[in-house]
Design a protein. Structure first.
Length: 278
């Protein structure tokens, strides 16, 4: 290791990053297992001492989740029902030890197709706040992850927070996932569903699926059909023709594309039924 930095302010961290390539670390629950050496190499920037990067709070026009917020903090936060899917996902991120250490931004920046938090943040229309010495920019969560282990982050940049607008913090939500077991395993499929309900019908629907494609995806065809549906008819509208074209499921060692498509469809249907019967 050439140098270890533990800044206490965002500006200090960005100043280090502007000086050349550096590895940003927080929980390290994904980073260390992927590291072949006994220690991290090169410049290391530990962001765990930066108070401004931690916590879930109300902000202008919505909610702010700091980059270094741990999943246990998300789990314990007092949040509207629209966030319940994110809190449900937090309870299934690895083990209790991992939940106490792993961070929200780490889950995003690792850019795994099976990252538990990503479908939930997609269904919350989240926006990623990115900082560098040159300034701050914001990127929609759907544009942040570009492929397996790939993001739009440029040299010298780091994630500062995730923002959820008030318009998406409405309704109620549900997260479900399928794996060989519930914890400590990479999922075969996972879904996040948020429904806004009024006068016995669905006025707004947000449905996202993870672990089935290279990146998590919104089911825009299904959302359009669910909006306007009566509650008693909502589950019947969850059809393969409305899901599979947007999903484009993949084959891998855990499941083939056909099984993933069936699994995702069933998980969405169960989540919708749970929500309309609540």
């Amino acid at each position: 290791m050439k140098a270890y930095h533990r800044p206490t302010t965002v500006q200090d961290a960005l100043d280090v990053l502007s000086g050349g390539p550096a590895r940003i670390v927080a929980g390290c629950t994904d980073l260390f297992p992927a590291t072949g050496a006994r220690e991290l190499q090169g410049q290391v920037v530990d962001i765990t001492a930066i108070a401004d990067l931690r916590g879930v709070m109300r902000a202008s026009g919505g909610w702010r989740i700091g980059a270094a917020t741990r999943w246990v903090d998300v789990m314990r936060a007092d949040l509207p029902a629209a966030f319940h899917m994110l809190q449900q996902a937090a309870r299934e991120v690895g083990s209790v030890q991992i939940q106490n250490t792993a961070t929200v931004a780490g889950n995003l920046c690792n850019a795994s197709p099976a990252a538990d938090g990503v479908p939930c943040l997609l269904a919350l229309d989240a926006v990623v706040e990115i900082g560098s010495a040159a300034g701050v920019r914001r990127v929609a969560i759907g544009d942040f992850i570009t492929g397996i282990r790939q993001t739009v982050l440029r040299p010298g940049e780091m994630v500062l927070a995730v923002h959820v607008p008030d318009a998406a913090a409405r309704g109620r939500s549900r997260f479900l996932k399928l794996g060989a077991r519930r914890y400590l395993v990479i999922s075969i499929a996972m879904v996040a569903v948020r429904l806004e309900i009024e006068s016995g019908g669905i006025t707004r629907a947000a449905v996202a699926v993870g672990a089935c494609s290279a990146v998590a995806r919104r089911m825009v065809r299904l959302e359009a059909v669910l909006e306007g549906a009566r509650l008693e008819d909502a589950a019947n509208r969850v059809e393969a023709s409305l899901v599979l074209p947007d999903l484009a499921p993949i084959d891998d060692i855990r499941a083939d594309a056909s099984y993933r498509g069936v699994a995702a469809l069933e998980l969405i249907r169960r989540a919708v039924i749970d929500l309309v019967q609540t």
